[in-house]
Ligand binder design. Structure first.
Ligand code: NDP
Length: 323
């Protein structure tokens, strides 16, 4: 038997149940992975509440590290006994072991431990595509990013600084401002009440060429006002709720802006892209340019407490669930 955190209905953290499920067998092209660590991500909340759709009952979770214990026919991407990690659909990572398509697994280099891997694959590959592909930042630029002390946020701060970029981070408390500063944010704004005015002051009126906004509903419009003409609005999350429909005329009125709503699945759909993205991440972590801050750990069986902390904005950096 396998242990898993499953939901039978959508709702608050109380719908998460620690249950026995039969151990799955890998079919053709699949691998069975015994999990050593599971990553907590905000997307897990969206699946739990029903904002993102899934059939029920469902095992949550998109990210984990572990050891391949069996493979199905035709698998060449990984071998039994190999150390691997993944950040991929379908959900199912909140479990002691699971079956997943083998071509979604990334072999881990010797220097990357299971905890670091489970804490960084999803958030770190997201930072990779945001900074290197969605909007390719250049040295000397100043950028704005929200939730700067969060999981994706702390990786973005460090990676952007490593690329010679000046980061303006937005957080909700002075304590989080300290955390963001310690990870490379040159300027930190607490709260978003006067966001455009603060960005104007910090940039001497130039504003920024890109905003990475993961907060969504509460900050979308304020973020648009921080962009320089022809700037890019990257709306990549909904921590405060979905942005919903917008009038595209706003993009013209605010300076011929670009808008994208990207997700990691698109950027890692091809295996070559997945491996390149993970490779870039391993490089910045192994060189020490980016340190993965695992600031909270919970037993996997107590995933509900982890969800409560994440939604109440009590976490900083990355959070692990340990089987
Ligand atoms: P975080 O660790 O960043 O946690 C979320 C943070 O969002 C909170 O700590 C809080 O920071 C901020 N926040 C603002 N408003 C709210 C609110 N109403 N409720 C809760 N939190 C709020 O999470 P992750 O690093 O896991 O993810 C960050 C964001 O990036 C999420 O929105 C997630 O969906 C998105 N994401 C998108 C991906 C993509 O490919 N599109 C991939 C990965 C993540 P503060 O208190 O400082 O405001």
């Amino acid at each position: 038997m396998t242990k898993a955190i499953r939901i039978h209905t959508h709702g608050g953290p109380e719908v998460l149940r620690w249950e026995d499920v039969p151990t799955p067998e890998p079919g053709p092209g699949e691998a069975l992975v015994r999990h050593e660590a599971v990553g907590l991500n905000f997307i897990d909340v969206y699946f739990r509440t029903g904002l993102y759709k899934t059939a029920l009952p469902a095992t949550l979770g998109m990210e984990a590290s572990g050891i391949v214990t069996a493979v199905g026919a035709g698998v060449t991407a990984v071998k039994v006994g190999e150390r691997v990690a993944y950040a991929s659909a379908p959900i199912g990572a909140y479990s002691t072991e699971r079956v997943i398509a083998a071509d979604r697994l990334v072999p881990l280099p010797p220097g990357i431990g299971f905890n670091t891997a489970a804490a960084m694959m999803l958030q770190g590959m997201t930072a990779q595509y945001l900074l290197r592909r969605t909007f390719r930042v250049e040295p000397g630029q100043t950028i704005l990013l929200h939730a700067a002390a969060g999981g994706v946020g702390l990786i973005l701060c460090q990676w952007a600084r490593h690329l010679g970029v000046t980061v303006i981070g937005v957080v909700s408390t002075p304590e989080k401002a300290e955390v963001a500063r310690a990870h490379g944010a040159a300027h930190v704004i607490v709260g978003h009440a006067n966001l455009a005015a603060e960005v104007k002051r910090i940039t001497g009126g130039a504003m920024v060429p890109v905003v990475y906004d993961s907060v969504g509903k509460d900050t979308f419009l304020a973020s648009l006002d921080c962009l320089a003409p022809l700037g890019m609005m990257v709306s990549y999350g909904n921590a405060s709720g979905p942005v919903g429909a917008i009038d595209i005329g706003l993009l013209a009125a605010k300076g011929s802006l670009f808008l994208t709503r990207p997700n990691l699945a698109t950027y890692t759909a091809k295996r070559e892209d997945l491996l390149r993205s993970a490779g870039d991440l391993f490089e910045v972590v192994q060189s020490g340019a980016v340190r993965i801050a695992v600031n909270q750990t919970f037993p996997l069986s107590d995933a509900a407490a982890a969800h409560e902390a994440l939604e109440a904005r009590r976490t900083t950096g990355s959070t692990l669930l340990l089987p």
